[in-house]
Design a protein around this ligand. Structure first.
Ligand code: NAD
Length: 490
């Protein structure tokens, strides 16, 4: 891969119009990996025009033919998982095992989108009146685009484009400018598919690139995943320009631990959830709400488990947690830990000032546990997005549900218990869109919607599965009548 990344437009690699570049930095050691173009209106307009020109032929390509590209894509990804995973680790910092796992979740979406000839079907009824028949047909929208975040450089683009192109749309991806390497490599690998030029395009960039996508009349739909303030901006701006928009935002996920939980399993699972991917996962548990006697047992067990995690460079297979994405992110997380202390929390495990031998240039924070976090303090509703677990205590399940319901976010919530009645109550009442019962990362499979709620999602139709088919198609209703019986003889 050359040192300066290119865009993939109309089946060609191109640098685009001259503009600024940003460095892509390995968060584990500060090494400069490459440069990414920051995009500009002219470049992005050319991409949109290429995608629009490719649309008429692509929508006429039978769905059965369109999915043949996806069957090939699955095999290409399977054959190259290791190389892609290593790039994800280098640019994002997560461990190589975590990188492999996210690619697998991406592949799962390719597999589900192969079912489009069934999933895209409409419905019909004969004789809605005498001799009149009615049909609902789904048609693709045209050019659609996705804007994705840094924390899952591969999986998140795959929540969108396999469905979009299988439904007959042409697609533009604007990946995070902080982690564009692995997905650019995937686009290089996808050249082998020989998709018609313009069907699948990649454009690098930051806000100006996004603004052009939001404002251009040929872009029909926008999918966004990232922080809530940007989600709000994109949702409002996209709507202003008449687009269909789905925006997944930030999160602050709670796990409720009841005294009857299998404490060993709950500890292990919550530790993996809170500290996996260095806490930079929108489904990470970031608050554990202990109920009754669980307070003491869980607090001691989680502090031991978190303290024993091996932190270091993710390419070393022995490591269990990598760095956070940037030095700014590291200082932001450390400042939030200090804020928690100021608001009365006790730091049971302090990951600040982490020293990782040979990786002094990395953005490392070790697992951190804050106990007795004030439920009314500012930190309790702030997304930390780092390896920090807050502990709060509730007298009973009702109070625990009340605590999580106060959060402005609603991405996910979990309960750990052996009581079916408590689990049902939680499933029924918890104010979040993805619920885990004895599960730490309630990540929906590709054939279910990724159902964030509240400030974690703006829109109606979610990513993945049937919602993706609804999002990427327009419904057309045809009512049909013929005046004479068919009598002609051949
Ligand atoms: P971010 O909001 O900074 O960036 C996301 C994307 O938006 C990037 O492609 C970026 O280039 C673009 N962008 C940034 N600022 C913009 C602006 N002002 N105008 C237009 N575009 C802009 O998010 P991030 O830091 O890359 O990712 C972390 C966030 O994503 C966290 O808040 C996390 O919770 C969230 N996230 C949510 C989900 C979910 O499913 N709800 C999944 C993953 C990540």
């Amino acid at each position: 891969m050359s040192n300066q990344l290119s865009n993939y437009v109309n089946g060609q690699w191109s640098r685009g119009a001259a503009g600024d570049f940003a460095d892509i930095i390995n968060p584990a050691n500060g090494e400069r990996l490459a440069e990414v173009p920051l995009g500009n209106g002219e470049t992005v307009t050319a991409v949109i025009e290429a995608a629009a020109a490719a649309f008429p032929d692509w929508r006429r390509t039978p769905p059965e033919e369109r999915i043949q590209y996806l069957f090939k894509l699955k095999q290409i990804l399977e054959d190259n998982i290791e190389g892609i995973a290593r790039l994800v680790t280098q640019e994002n910092g997560k461990t190589v095992a975590e990188a492999r796992a996210e690619i697998r979740r991406g592949i799962e979406n390719v597999e589900v989108a192969c079912g489009i000839p069934m999933m895209m079907q409409g419905y019909n009824l004969e004789d809605v009146a005498r001799g009149v028949d009615e049909f609902m047909i789904r048609q693709p929208l045209g050019v659609v685009a996705a804007i994705t975040p840094f924390n899952f450089p591969i999986m998140i683009p795959f929540w969108f484009f396999p469905y979009a192109i299988a439904c007959g749309n042409t697609f533009i991806l604007k990946p995070s400018e902080r982690v564009p390497l692995a997905i650019t490599h995937v686009f290089e690998l996808m050249e082998e598919l020989n998709l018609p030029p313009g069907v699948l395009n990649l454009v690098h960039g930051a806000k100006p690139a996004v603004d052009t996508l939001l404002e251009h009349k040929s872009v029909r739909a926008i999918s966004f995943v990232g922080s809530t303030p940007v989600a709000r901006y994109i949702y409002a701006r996209g709507a202003e320009f008449g687009k269909r928009v789905q925006c997944q935002g930030g999160a602050k996920n709670h796990a409720v631990v009841l005294p009857d939980a299998d404490m060993e399993m709950a500890t292990q699972i919550i530790s993996d959830s809170a500290f996996g991917c260095a806490g930079q996962r929108c489904l990470a548990v970031s608050v554990a709400v202990t109920v009754g006697e669980a307070q003491r047992t869980f607090r001691d067990a989680i502090t031991d488990a978190a303290g024993s995690l091996k932190v270091g460079y993710g390419l070393d297979e022995a490591m269990q947690m990598g760095p956070v994405i940037t030095p700014e992110s590291k200082s932001r997380v450390e400042n939030l830990i200090a804020q928690g202390e100021r608001e009365g929390a006790k730091v049971l495990l302090d990951g600040r000032a982490a020293k990782i031998p040979d990786f002094a240039g990395g953005n490392f924070i070790k697992p951190t546990i804050l106990d007795d976090v004030s439920p009314t303090g500012e930190l309790s509703d702030t997304e930390i997005f780092g390896p920090v677990l807050s502990l709060v205590h509730a007298a009973d399940v009702d109070e625990a549900i009340e605590i999580l319901s106060r959060s402005s976010y609603g991405n996910a919530a979990s309960i750990f218990t052996q009581s079916g009645a408590a689990a049902r109550k939680f499933r029924y009442e918890a104010d979040a869109g993805n619920i885990g019962i004895n599960i730490g990362v309630a990540a929906p499979m590709a054939y279910f919607p990724f159902s964030g709620w509240k400030d974690s999602f703006l829109g109606v139709l979610h990513g993945q599965g049937r919602d993706a088919v609804e999002f990427y198609t327009d419904k057309k209703v045809v009512i049909e009548r013929w005046f004479k019986e068919w009598t002609r003889k051949f």
